[in-house]
Design a binder for this molecule. Structure first.
Ligand SMILES: [Zn+2]
Ligand SMILES: [Zn+2]
Length: 283
């Protein structure tokens, strides 16, 4: 049989061995996550000021000029606040739901000059990344999570969701890396000084995911491919990084998956970049 010859370009295009996740910070005072493949970077949310985003990217070793686009999960300010200035300064587009774009322009919000609207449920190609926005349950206009694919890698991202739904399960199952909210500890929320309506809102179906629900979701979502889990959007008043981590880690151990690395993303500073390698078994 004739031996197959591969062109060098084909080889390099399809055989990149790593993808990087750079969690720039997460919590009610700002959220942003970078996904880097080769020399191209996508940002998911830009909830810090442009200056702070650039600082966090730079200390993480990411050139802000390598960012090709920002993807917006929903219009709450802890996800949106730096989008306009960052996108316009870098000359890149903001990808967002068409319904969110309509609402923001009706409300007179200042938006980046380049907007790319998506429909949750439809894929879009963003600078070589395949991005699937999917609907999540949260008290915003048209909130989404994202499944980002590049090469053989799949990254699942869902922050700010009151409850898992079928679409989230479908897109987040067996990703190489899973980014999931683990917002509050139910007992700490009950005992907190927060007003009753706020407690109802946070713990409702359109609020935020608590530690137990996040742990239950891990049992559904972590699969053979999964190497890394990032817990995000930890409440500063009604949770601690230690509690969230302990709950997730214990679940992974009970599942027989102590090999899966679990990190809790802090608010103050970026996590060191995480490199995800292709596993031999997947090739
Ligand atoms: Zn939100
Ligand atoms: Zn948020």
């Amino acid at each position: 049989m004739k031996k197959e010859q591969r062109k060098p370009g084909f080889f390099y295009q399809t055989m990149a061995e790593t993808i990087e996740l750079i969690a720039l910070g997460s919590g009610s005072r700002g959220n942003s996550l970078a996904v880097r493949y080769g020399d191209q970077t996508l940002l998911v949310d830009a909830g810090f000021s442009c200056r702070e985003l650039k600082r966090r990217l730079t200390v993480s070793g990411v050139d802000p000029g390598s960012v090709r686009a920002v993807l917006l999960t929903h219009e709450h300010s802890d996800h949106l606040s730096g989008c306009r200035v960052f996108c316009d300064q870098c000359g890149i587009p903001l990808y967002l739901s068409g319904r969110v774009a309509d609402r923001l322009s009706r409300d007179g919000a200042s938006l980046p000059s380049r907007l790319c609207e998506f429909e949750p449920g439809n894929h879009c190609d963003v600078a070589g990344f395949s991005v699937a926005p999917f609907p999540v349950q949260h008290d915003a206009v048209d909130p989404v999570g994202f499944e980002v694919r590049r090469g053989d890698f799949r990254i699942g991202i869902a922050s700010d969701l009151g409850k898992m739904n079928a679409a989230a399960c479908r897109h987040l199952t067996d990703c190489d890396a899973l980014v999931l909210e683990s917002n509050y500890d139910p007992e700490m929320l009950r005992n907190s000084e927060r007003q009753y309506y706020l407690k109802r809102r946070i713990s409702g179906r359109f609020g935020h995911l608590d530690n137990q629900s996040a742990a239950a979701a891990l049992r559904e979502l972590v699969g053979r491919r999964t190497r890394v889990v990032l817990y995000v959007h930890i409440s500063s008043e009604c949770n601690t990084y230690e509690l969230a981590h302990r709950s997730g880690k214990q679940t992974l151990v009970e599942m027989g998956r102590p090999d899966v690395q679990l990190f809790v993303v802090p608010q103050q500073d970026p996590l060191p970049p995480l490199t995800i390698r292709r596993c031999d078994a997947d090739m």
